[in-house]
Ligand binder design. Sequence first.
Ligand SMILES: [Zn+2]
Length: 257
Amino acid sequence: MFEALRQWRRKQVLKSAAIPDALWDGAVGQLPFLAIYDDDALARLREKVVLFLDAKAIVGAGGHDVTPLQRAIIAIEACVLVLELDLALYDGFENVIVYPGEFVPDWEWEDDAGVVHRNVNPLAGEAMPRGPVVLSWPDVEASADWAASGMNLVIHEFAHKIDMRDGDANGCPPLADDAARRDWQRVMRAAYADFCARVDAGEDTEIDPYAAENPGEFFAVLSEVFFADPLLLQHDYPYVYGEFTRFYRQDPASRQR
Ligand SMILES: [Zn+2]
């Protein structure tokens, strides 16, 4: 019964909130890494985007007006991760907040000695636990073209969101069972240690060295590489690539070849 209702509601949304062709084509045109997607995958991505935009509000802050094209670009990049997964992975928050530039988040935290710190460093993006995803539009725009920037801010922040579904952003997203978690941890720990050693040795890695920051950042950065430059991840960390194909249920390298 609930499933029937869910399907009915899904059809209503897809009918009533469809994205105009010109807007869709314009947004896809801004994201060259989508060139490896075939028509079938793009059609399914478009459905996901319509459902995502129905569920989330992408709103401007700090004087920024979000244009329909910006909204579509952000939604497409967010939906790339969940193309073959349940959109419910993004439940638990309603807003994506877009600033006209880097922003200073207004949160505070207490250290072990009980001293309260205030963040003063401007950020390009942030995924708040049980809260919104916050983005700087110029940084979204600059990272839309993977070949030019070697990063993708929106994929990065939404990977954190998926990671946070089962607690902290610790680099381990919600997995099916203990065996899957053990395999995941074994592969990710080995890859993370190797990557940190490469960065420490001063190697000019093609993968953003920010991935060495902590296991949560490692997962977010490698998720960017998985979707936008899959052959690079498959080459550098084939076992991580394998874990990601099982988790995300996609094999982007097979599209790129
Ligand atoms: Zn991050």
